[in-house]
Design a protein around this ligand. Structure first.
Ligand code: FAD
Length: 402
């Protein structure tokens, strides 16, 4: 018999950690491992709002895959996945194809536009290093433009963020820190720049504790973020968004949509059955009808048996899923009992820009301000430690003594 071939698609949280665990758990003669990714680097998706605002450098958020994955053990393929043919156990890439015995899909998310007119054409989205850098550059370009046009309208300085979920709120927090810096750089009074967060539901950050929400909103408002809650975006134009039943027009030079994500479209296009844009995997994290295909991270819904609802997609859950996925693939190769996934919720901390943050840790203990920020850095650095040991923490880590 030949050595089984495990193919991992996507070097995000799910793909990187699965690959790491597979290397630790399987000897070279037991399995051949291939990791496919669009870029030769892995990026910290959870830091992309900082890249998009321009508060951290692009390179801080990315890590060369070969710096943290042993390339003698894992075959790295830098290519773009185009389609998965699960019935033939094949993956089609832009520049070739791969056969697999076990497949791990960790291709992440893309923007969901809900069919809102103009969203595809005119909205930026915080999706990858490249799209996030584009937002940073576009905002700065608008400042630059403002200084060179005759009679410029202040509207071109307005930044609208659609969606007050985790990404939207973390992003306006970074903008609140970044805009004063840009104002100084371009000699523009701060009051001329509006940061407006528009959200269809009556509250920001669903699933968060009321007190934490109030804290977040107060902190953001104090730094100049305006909220338009309970306001539905109806259409996006090149220089404006149309909101509400009375079709009010709000002009802006930059519109960033954070209001919805769905699984990478390749998953649906490859014939996996989707429920609300993602695959409902079984408790072992396998695609329905395909025992050799594991789907992780933002491509999958994993049910919380206690509530009967899926867990929200997070890096935290993607990393934990990787452990179970690697264990289950090892078990399928070596024999034994498959493990069911259960989520160990370690809490969530949202950064609000600068030294501001809030969230819950452990069993619901609330943290605010600097304390929460320190915890956020601990969470970020813990992941870097899991991925690349102390060397990576020193090189890319967030922890800075205050
Ligand atoms: P990703 O990390 O998105 O990785 C997908 C990978 O697949 C990427 O490397 C991509 O390049 C690659 N890829 C995509 N398409 C292809 C293709 N066709 N071919 C080859 N490669 C491809 N979660 C938390 O737990 N805590 C937080 O504080 C938090 N903050 C967040 C802040 C922001 C701004 C955002 C956007 C998300 C945040 N999240 C947070 C959510 C978290 O980032 C995601 O849930 C997580 O990234 C999902 O991991 P993943 O491995 O599924 O996908």
């Amino acid at each position: 018999t030949t050595t089984p071939h495990i193919v991992v698609l996507g070097a995000g949280y799910a793909g990187m950690m699965t690959t790491k665990r597979l290397i630790q758990q399987l000897a070279p003669h037991e399995a051949q491992i291939t990791l496919v990714n669009k870029h030769n680097y892995h990026y910290q998706t959870t830091w992309l709002h900082e890249v998009a605002a321009g508060t951290i450098d692009v390179n801080r958020s990315r890590i060369m895959i070969s710096d943290v994955i042993n390339t003698k053990r894992v075959h790295l393929v830098q290519d773009t996945v185009e389609r998965i043919k699960a019935d033939e156990k094949k993956v089609l890439l832009q520049n070739g194809e791969l056969d697999y015995d076990y497949l791990v899909i960790g291709l992440g998310f893309e923007k969901a536009t809900f069919g809102i007119p103009g969203m595809d054409e005119h909205a930026f989205s915080i999706q990858s290093v490249d799209t996030s850098r584009m937002i940073r550059d576009h905002i700065e370009y608008q400042f630059s433009r403002y200084k060179t046009e005759d009679n410029p309208s202040d509207d071109i300085l307005t930044i609208i963020v659609g969606g007050a979920g985790f990404t939207g709120i973390e992003f306006v927090g970074e903008l609140a820190e970044r805009i004063p810096v840009l104002c100084k750089k371009y000699d523009i009074p701060r009051k001329k720049v509006k940061i407006i967060n528009i959200e269809a539901t009556p509250t920001i950050l669903p699933n968060f504790d009321e007190e934490l929400l109030e804290y977040a909103q107060r902190s953001l408002k104090a730094r100049g973020v305006q909220f338009r809650l309970g306001t539905m975006i109806k259409e996006v134009k090149k220089d404006a968004v149309i909101v509400g039943d009375d079709m009010e027009e709000i002009k802006a030079g930059t519109f960033v949509w954070t209001g919805g994500v769905q699984a990478n479209r390749i998953v649906g296009e490859s014939g996996f059955e989707l429920t609300k844009g993602k695959v409902n995997v079984d408790t072992m994290l396998r695609a329905p009808g395909h025992d050799d295909v594991f789907i992780l991270g933002d491509c999958a819904w994993v049910m919380n048996k206690d509530t009967g609802r899926p867990y929200p997609p997070t890096a935290q859950i993607a990393i934990q899923e990787a452990d179970v996925c690697a264990h289950n693939i090892k078990t399928m190769i070596q024999g034994g009992t498959l493990r069911e996934f259960t989520f160990d919720d370690k809490g969530t901390v949202a950064s609000l820009g600068g030294s501001e943050a809030m969230g819950t840790v452990f069993d619901g203990h609330k943290l605010y301000g600097l304390q929460a920020k320190v915890m956020k850095h601990v969470i970020d650095d813990r992941y870097l430690f899991l991925l690349g040991g102390p060397g990576l923490v020193l090189k890319k880590g967030k922890f800075r003594p205050f």
